[in-house]
Design a protein around this ligand. Structure first.
Ligand code: ADP
Length: 428
């Protein structure tokens, strides 16, 4: 038994004994005992009232109490002290966290489920132009760019969004949104102006170099043609060299053309509103007819297209991407093989597919096959004028059409290149 219980027992037993003794002397034992019990109950009620007032926060002080109450009050005081210490510690952590996020160079905004602003740091005030009065407002009322509004609506937060800062067009921001704590979003905006400038300089450099290379290449090609057209002008021993030079100049020309085309795709941001319904069935027939002339002897080409369904897009870009796939199939498939070209559209979207029974691509090369200039070693034999840019162009064009490239291939068995387009792009 603890000291508090012993003391409480002493009060009860001692008090009752004293009441009985006095009552016996006065000849009113029951009345004295009753008075004592009432006083004992009143003491408990008195302490209960104090405790309740203290718990409700009406008073800061607890009486010392006696008996069991001294222990109850003591423990409550200890609890309160511990609680205060923990609160102070948490407040300190929170303050330090807020100071750290405030010092972050990236704009950080805490958003509710409805995208209302709950908190933001100094960088957010600077980069996004947020002010204290904006707390509680929806973020899309302040960042009104249509791209950002669409980004929020579609909630495709797995990819970052790049856009100009709301208050300064020259600042480029990379915006990322992550969901946390089941009902909050964290928006982080990073200033990527320098990176963007460097990227633009790189693109401009490639475009300029490719452009500058065009003229000397045309001159060289012209002289070479003159020489090959008049075989008597050159000793026969040099003929194989001329042929090799011709092949390499052609390859250089393809390289320059592909590089220029890629940089055009990268630099022109075509508005999707400019896209028109493209008759893919007719386009595919056309491409296959033209591609068949690429190589005099080639594998059998079978075309299976679904008439009627059109694809919302840029015809020139789609022609270039599909031609790359069909020409690759022709180049990398022996003439005894078979090539199948398909276009299908249904409720799940549109699919353009080129399958061949050619040399295929070994599994270890598949992850890198769409990178610029990446070629499977030994591809030169089948396609000496190849540039390694064809599939990069295909991927880029598909990105501009909300599409995706799927590649299935097995070395020695053939390959299937499938372009998937979303349903919203298919027009019946
Ligand atoms: P290239 O001009 O070299 O064909 P691409 O970017 O079009 O450049 O293709 C990259 C590489 O992918 C090629 O070098 C080749 O090794 C491989 N490849 C592309 N299409 C096929 C195919 N249908 N069959 C086998 N390999 C292919």
């Amino acid at each position: 038994m603890t000291h508090a219980w012993r003391s409480e027992g002493a009060i009860l037993v001692g008090g009752a004994a004293a009441a009985c003794g006095l009552g016996w002397l006065e000849g009113r034992t029951t009345q004295f005992l009753l008075v004592f019990l009432l006083a004992y109950l009143a003491r408990h009620l008195y302490y209960c009232v104090h405790l309740l007032a203290w718990l409700r926060g009406h008073t800061n002080e607890l009486p010392d109490g006696n008996g069991i109450w001294s222990e109850i009050f003591h423990h409550h005081r200890l609890l309160k002290r511990r609680h205060r210490r923990r609160k102070r510690r948490l407040a300190k952590i929170l303050k330090r966290f807020q100071q750290a996020t405030s010092a972050l160079p990236d704009a950080t905004v805490v958003l509710t489920r409805e995208f209302s602003i709950e908190w933001f740091n100094k960088a957010a005030a600077r980069l996004l132009g947020l002010g204290k009065r904006d707390t509680g407002l929806r973020i899309d009322n302040l960042i009104r760019s249509p791209q950002f509004v669409e980004y929020l609506e579609k909630r495709r937060f797995n990819r970052p969004l790049t856009l100009a800062a709301p208050r300064n067009e020259r600042i480029r921001l990379e915006i990322r949104i992550v969901s946390y704590a089941s009902d909050r979003y964290l928006l982080v905006a990073r200033d990527i102006t320098q990176l963007h400038l460097l990227e633009r300089q790189r693109r401009d450099f490639v475009a300029h170099v490719s452009h500058e290379l065009r003229t000397p290449l045309t001159v060289l090609k012209g002289y070479l043609e003159t020489l090959t057209d008049s075989p008597d002008a050159v000793a026969e021993a040099y003929h194989p060299m001329l042929m090799h030079m011709d092949e390499q100049i052609l390859r250089l020309q393809y390289l320059v053309d592909d590089l220029l085309y890629l940089s055009r795709l990268e630099t022109t941001q075509e508005h999707p509103g400019k896209h028109r319904p493209v008759d893919i069935a007719a386009l595919v027939q056309d491409i296959c007819k033209e591609a068949a002339h690429v190589q005099a002897r080639h594998a059998r080409i079978e075309v299976e297209v679904m008439p009627g369904a059109k694809l919302l897009g840029n015809e020139q870009e789609l022609r270039s991407a599909f031609t790359n796939l069909v020409v690759n199939a022709i180049k990398y498939t022996p003439e005894t093989g078979k090539i199948e070209v398909r276009w299908q559209a249904d409720a799940s979207g549109g699919r353009f597919e080129v399958s061949d029974s050619g040399k295929g691509i070994p599994a270890e090369h598949l992850p890198r096959i769409t990178e610029r200039f990446y070629r499977v070693p030994g591809s030169d034999n089948a396609n000496p004028t190849g540039t390694g840019l064809g599939l990069a162009i295909v991927k880029h064009v598909l990105n501009r059409h909300d599409g995706r490239l799927e590649i299935q291939s097995q070395a020695g068995r053939g390959s299937t290149f499938r372009c998937h387009f979303p349903r919203k792009r298919v027009v019946s």
